[in-house]
Design a protein around this ligand. Sequence first.
Ligand code: FO1
Length: 310
Amino acid sequence: MRIAILAGGVGGAKFADGMMRALPDPAALTVVVNVGDDFEHFGLKICPDLDTVCYTLAGLENPTTGWGRREETWHVMDAVAALGGPTWFRLGDKDLATHLERTRRLRAGEPLSQIVASFCRAWGVPARVLPVTDDPVPTIVLTDEGALPFQTYFVHRRWQPKVLGFRFEGASRARPAPGVLEALQGADAVFFAPSNPFVSIDPILAIPGVRASLRGKPVIAVSPIVGGKALKGPAAKMFRELGYTPSAQAVAEHYQGLITHFVLDKADASQAKGLRSKVPHVWVMDTIMASPEARQRFAQKLLGRLLQAS
Ligand code: FO1
């Protein structure tokens, strides 16, 4: 059973971890990761979604924040602060090694997808992790305070500005990273992780060839909205600011036409019936991934239902 997951952010990383634990052969999993959150800081190439997925699959992630590394120290940030430098984006000492080494290799001409594969080997990650593209496609958040680079909106401004829209700069010229389209085309099923539809999944779908690669197979989206709220981050606030009532239904409608299955949490079971006219298969499940075991159980149940259905 070859599985591909489109993922971004902490929720996406957790879902990928559950699926990797659930699959008999973790190498049968390919995680295609959003690169829209990537930016340059201190002259270093920072790739938050790639790092969050790789750290989580390696068991290295900070369990409290979900991003950055566990057992981290902050000596460099403290020394930067003493110099009056920027500390709004927290870079731990061990995490900095990832940014330093990635930047060194990029400057030497190594493509991002090769660097990620090499880091995954070093960290002992058995699944395949791919950036959706090796080209920079920064997400710009259009807000009532102007067009903001993603991390400025998300971290510096703590996602408070009112969102009016998004731009995925250069998406139409970007090329899928080597192996991305093949992984999607060759997958027995593709999952949209319970990530933010606007700034984690849409930037992946915007890369040429990705949408077409989803045709003719089960495409299963897991709702990141439960009970009208996002489990983490600005997804619900974005839905509201864009004129939609934040709900599992709004997520399903956002993906309508692209997905064959939609998974919503049992807290939103009442919405299932209405959704069946929009998405062929609607599954009501316990989608809350409160622990690594819960992540694995959820993924196992999803795979079980897929096998039944096929
Ligand atoms: N998120 C924050 O809210 N504050 C931070 O200081 C921060 C630092 C950071 C460093 C490395 C990294 O990989 C992620 C980091 N994040 C931080 C999270 C990041 O902004 C988000 O994880 C993604 O961009 C969206 O999910």
